[in-house]
Design a protein around this ligand. Sequence first.
Ligand code: HEM
Length: 413
Amino acid sequence: MGSDVVSRGYLATIVVPSGDQWKKMKRIMVDELFSHARHQWLHTKRVEEADNLLRYVHNQCGHEGGGGVVNLRVSAQHYCGNVIRKLVFNTRYFGNGKENGGPGVEEEDHVKAIFTILAYLYSFCISDYFPLLRGLDLDGHEKVMEEATRVLAKYHDPIIDERIQQWREGKKEEPEDLLDVLVSLKDDNGDSLLSADEIKAQIIDIMLAGVDNPSNALEWALAEMLNQPEILQKAIDELDSVVGKQRLVQESDLPKLNYIKACAREAFRLHPVAPFNVPHMSMADTTVANYFIPKGSHVFLSRLGLGRNPKVWDEPNKFKPERHLNGAKEVVLTDPKLRLLSFSRGRRGCIGMVLGTSMTIMLFARLLQGFSWSIPPNEGGRIDLSEGKGNLFMAKPLVAVAKPRLPPHVYPC
Ligand code: HEM
């Protein structure tokens, strides 16, 4: 990916990084924010948000726990937003939040801005190819991006500025979240390694990276499973045999939940969040298989072309988690052979793979363990699996009836 393509990437929403800046930020991401040790350090915060997800859905089941209609898109996006906000800012809410554990107006606004930026990140923009047109905003993208970035900045910047001040004044000495980690990094001279603008850009990058993939996978997978109840039952049977009903599923259980992981992997294969991977650019003439790719070409990997390739996948349009089980001791969400594109691979591959995997599987496992799901009576016995116009989300957000299936004392109060 070259610098001009980088400029369409997440970081460009505030600053366009130079090559050195990009390398520095990437190193910080890999070594400081998403290392194995850091993942362990942040465990309690992830558990708090998995518990809150359960509380939020449980609260929608009515006082007697008789069952309630739940919007899975809102629940899943809210959980992902919460996890990332908690890891970065040590808070679930920018405002007062809601007593039932759901999103307040601020969090709805925040997540909406994230999805707006992501939609435009992947879209064709004429000034990417004719930079002289920048500023004329012929397709209106710059205005939309500026507004969405302004929304993110409205919530992030006051927290970041205050935190920098606290560290400067010695009011903080021990890191408690990823923002503290970024603020407290020092260079060889003992000066701050990152400027305020760099921290703000890095945090937008993290916010954008973590929310869309897990929530979209959950929504599609559950919709497919509701239409094929035998798959739903197998996933529940697995949870009952690995975890039981007397305690909540924890991260330490996730490696054993192969069927659930196969369901998530199948959702990434069949229902990727976007048709293409983020754009890459060839830095030199190169040949891949039979294709000659001249230096400077923009390279788009088709997620749909890979995941639904009939030469690789039997019945490619069918949701069939079993296809990922054959012989695998432990199912993983990534595919090093790129037969499907989940986290991609190589130098540009996803840095947040471990976090992304645990968020995704926890989201699936908690919702499936905690509740019996059924199709709302007014849906005619089948969830409509149409894709949206101009995107790959479900055309209509998934709504399903949830009934608690664990003893009352197991749910977090
Ligand atoms: C299931 C969840 C996730 C999936 C499927 C996923 C997938 C991807 C993909 C496909 C890319 C582009 C790779 C390429 O250009 O070839 C990417 C990049 C990236 N992801 Fe993830 N991701 C997930 C979660 C996360 C999380 C939770 C974080 C961190 C908060 C994260 C951080 C990043 C970053 C920083 C990049 C940019 C890497 C670079 O350009 O060098 N991802 N991810």
